[in-house]
Ligand binder design. Structure first.
Ligand code: SF4
Length: 365
């Protein structure tokens, strides 16, 4: 059964309990904007550190450390690794980090095993330098130039590999600054900023000068996935409504159907999801919509971290039920077996083709 969209969907605004600002981050203009936003959001625990080390996150137990880190925003200067961009197939040509870490509580979190230490959100105060660095990468991407469905995108920059930029936007302003920069800067070639989100508060973005160069994608899944495994995020109905709001305002938009899982009556659940999006986008003029489909996977490292963070999770992470894939450098990944993957792929892509033919499917993984 299709769940009707709420007229005014509830959105969740994360407000950190603690804000730590490293000494070097205090010098950057964007840090002042972050602190202004934190103050406006009612944060009163702001500590200006005398050095660049973030300390004080460890509690007496793993649980306490997790809780304190997830409630903390650290404003830092980006490490050199964040200013030297890496290719990030199949999502985009290059990964650009505005922050690392996320305050939400997804039990399959993509960051587990990638970022080490307590799961604090580190936002980069030297945003101007990070954005100024994009010029050097324009014209050097491989994703866009080898994929016909993306021929019009130019060089693509993915801003949500290590964070959910919209989830922290109201206390950082980093996403709107990046959209404004990409929308107004002369790069000497076509570019696209990309970000995926599980949040829905898009009101502050709508009037930005995006020039069609930012594609915000909404991470979508059925209630059987979102409701059970995506703590601290916005409900899927709110995300679909936000997707439709942006599309109606003339933005390029996308759906990131992820993580796709064969739980419960998954065929009906994914049919229902596609139908909800199709209904929300009905009648949008000049709709520019993409779809990216990502099945659930995990690594030995991410499983170890997630087992610590969410010891009572009911998320299936059993290597015995999975196929093991090895990456270029021997890294192990546990994905669904071929028959499960084929069933999922056939059903989800058929539903998209039938009910959302306007959606260009960029990849399935
Ligand atoms: Fe992790 Fe993304 Fe969920 Fe944040 S929104 S907890 S980054 S999976």
């Amino acid at each position: 059964m299709t769940t009707p969209l709420a007229a005014a969907p509830r959105t969740r605004l994360w407000t950190p309990a603690h804000v730590l600002v490293t000494r070097s981050a205090q010098e950057h203009p964007h840090t002042a904007e972050i602190l202004r936003r934190c103050e406006a959001a009612g944060v009163d625990d702001v500590e200006l550190l005398r050095g660049d080390r973030i300390t004080g996150l460890r509690g007496g137990s793993e649980r306490e450390t997790y809780a304190r880190a997830k409630a903390t925003l650290a404003v830092v200067t980006s490490p050199a690794s964040a200013r030297r961009l890496d290719p990030i197939p199949p999502s985009a040509d290059w990964r650009v980090d505005l922050a690392r870490g996320c305050p939400a509580h997804c039990q399959y979190c993509y960051l587990a095993g990638s970022l080490t230490g307590p799961p604090v959100t580190r936002v980069f105060g030297d945003l101007e330098e990070i954005l100024a660095g994009l010029d050097a990468y324009v014209g050097h991407g491989t994703i866009t130039s080898t994929n016909a469905a993306r021929a019009d995108e130019g060089t693509t920059f993915e801003a949500s590999c290590y964070t959910d930029p919209l989830g922290i936007e109201h206390v950082t302003g980093s996403l709107s600054a990046a959209i404004r920069h990409v929308g107004t800067h002369d790069f000497g070639g076509r570019v696209q900023l990309r970000a995926t989100t599980k949040f829905a508060d898009v009101a502050g973005l709508l009037d930005l000068p995006h020039a069609g160069r930012t594609r915000l994608r909404f991470s979508l899944g059925p209630e059987s996935v979102v409701g059970r495994f995506e703590g601290g995020t916005d409900p899927v109905g709110a995300r679909i409504a936000a997707l439709a709001t942006m599309a109606r305002a003339g933005w390029p938009v996308g759906m990131t159907i992820a993580p796709i899982m064969p739980v419960g009556d998954w065929r009906t659940a994914y049919s229902d999801l596609v139908a909800r999006v199709a209904a929300a986008l009905d009648g949008v003029e000049d709709l520019d919509l993409t779809a990216e489909c990502i099945t659930h996977r995990f690594t030995p490292g991410s499983k170890e971290t997630l087992d610590t963070w969410y010891p009572r999770t009911r998320l299936e992470m059993d290597p015995e039920q999975r196929k093991t894939k090895r990456g270029k450098f021997g890294a192990v990944k546990h994905v669904y077996p071929d028959d499960v993957m084929a069933d999922l792929r056939a059903h989800v892509t058929d539903e998209l083709a039938e009910h959302l033919p306007a959606a260009r499917v960029l990849y399935w993984t």
